[in-house]
Design a protein around this ligand. Sequence first.
Ligand code: DC
Length: 230
Amino acid sequence: MSGGFVVAIDGPAGAGKSTVARRVAERLAFALVDTGSLYRAAALLASRAGVRLEDVDGVERCVVEAVDAGRMVLVSGEGGRTRVHLDGIDPGDALRTPEVSMGASAVAAYPGVRSALLAPQRAFGRTQGVVLEGRDIGTVVFPDAALKVFLTATPAARAQRRCDELRAKGVAADYGVTLAEVVQRDRQDSERAIAPLREAADAVRVDSTALGPDAVVDRIVALAEARRAR
Ligand code: DC
């Protein structure tokens, strides 16, 4: 019904992108791609291969080889949600540790990693309605997306949400440490030379600091439906 209709949801860590993107995709009956999982998988893959994450060439080679060989792929999962698989296995919560979060932010600055991950992301937008969440979807991956949303919130609100998420999974989390990580990741993600976190000129900015997920989802679905009806 919605071939090629792309909804891009970009924004900093902890703005609520994952929950919002998942619910928007469900409401629109679109596929969902969490592009951060690819960068997380890249960091995990390199560290499992014994490559130091500061070794730009080593990490780039490792990721390019894995993508080319089909060892790192995005697969359609339950309810249209895509999952990243490494060597045929979904790494699950191993992608969500604080070490992998920091590692993903580091390797996401490497040009060879970013270019290797473009094709798997774009493959999902050609034929179907899809929601992609990330940092550069509206600026680089799908600059012609039908709807671009920049979802943001204050660093304090984002750190609190990350803590709550980790604690809900039984992982101990310290607010001060989490806030420092949020600020550091923002800096790394915004200051990198290639595809930095940046709002597209034609994005709709949504601030979730004081808005619950229901209100954010309603707003994005309404925008998508209005554009689809054009
Ligand atoms: O959304 P996330 O926290 O899972 O993303 C993990 C890291 O990957 C984040 O620090 C920035 C990077 N990333 C990126 O550079 N571009 C994307 N499209 C998605 C994530």
